[in-house]
Write a protein that binds this ligand. Structure first.
Ligand SMILES: [Zn+2]
Length: 266
């Protein structure tokens, strides 16, 4: 599933091309939305959701869920396997450029809301980890509030911290030298500080590399992101740790595939 860095990459790339464009046609067999004639004013992100502010005080929310893609271009573009087959919606602008919403697994969604509904929609959403509100003190407080939770479970909770998923939680734990199975209360203050900085560092690196593409995630132009070669543990079960050479362990934690180095992570 696309996480914060992937959605942030799309947000930045779409924010360069979409504002000012007017929707001439909207075709979808899944979503019936009155979008024709509306102009895109801005593109933003909150958690893993893209927020398109439209003319007429309406806001279009897009969640890519498991396999969603948003590909912008002048020609039919999109899914690496079969763009036409998995295209669920096509936005055509007045200059004939198009935005394709492709989604192999069909869990992704588009939702049109009144702009006044936004605070309610995001009321339960946790802090943005790259915002200035996410301080070390805030992070220490979260861990203190849920002492009996495993650290991975805590970091995945979207109501506590927004936008972290399986990939970047595993990577942040590796960066901090902490096993994802540890209980929050077992972390020493120095470990909490290391984890805090590792979360921010891995998200920033992933945004710089334009996200992680294993299969489905694509940038706004249809290209894959460049983060995979920089992953230390995620998707590397049984492969050698890049730091110590020990095989990376892959376990299930609350149903989620979880990767760590048994030597580098305590
Ligand atoms: Zn190692």
């Amino acid at each position: 599933m696309p996480e914060l860095p992937e959605v942030e990459t799309l947000k930045r790339e779409l924010a360069r091309v979409l504002p000012g464009r007017k929707i001439k046609a909207f075709q979808s067999d899944k979503f019936d939305l009155p979008l024709v004639g509306r102009k895109i004013i801005s593109v933003d992100r909150r958690a893993k959701i893209l927020i398109f502010t439209l003319s007429g005080k309406l806001t279009l929310l897009v969640h890519l869920k498991m396999t969603g893609q948003l590909v912008y271009g002048k020609i039919m573009g999109g899914h690496p396997e079969d763009p036409a087959k998995y295209t669920r919606a096509i936005f055509t602008f007045t200059d004939n450029s198009q935005l394709f919403f492709n989604d192999l697994r069909k869990f992704g969604w588009l939702r049109l809301v009144d702009e006044t509904e936004l605070p309610q929609i995001f009321a339960e959403t946790g802090v943005e980890p790259l915002a200035k509100q996410f301080t070390l003190a805030h992070f220490q407080d979260l861990l203190a509030r849920y002492p009996k939770r495993k650290i991975k479970q805590l970091l995945l909770d979207q109501n506590l911290i927004a936008g972290l998923g399986n990939i970047y939680v595993d990577e942040a734990c590796f960066g901090a030298g902490i096993r994802p199975t540890r209980l929050a209360k077992s972390l020493a203050p120095s470990e909490i500080a290391r984890l805090y900085h590792a979360i921010i560092a891995v998200l920033k690196l992933a945004i710089q590399k334009k996200g992680t593409s294993f299969r489905n995630y694509r940038r706004a132009g249809g290209e894959p992101g460049g983060m995979v070669p920089h992953l230390q543990v995620y998707g590397r079960g049984k492969k050698e740790c890049k730091v110590c050479g020990q095989p990376i362990e892959k376990i299930k934690l609350h149903g989620r595939g979880t990767h760590y180095c048994p030597r580098c992570q305590k």
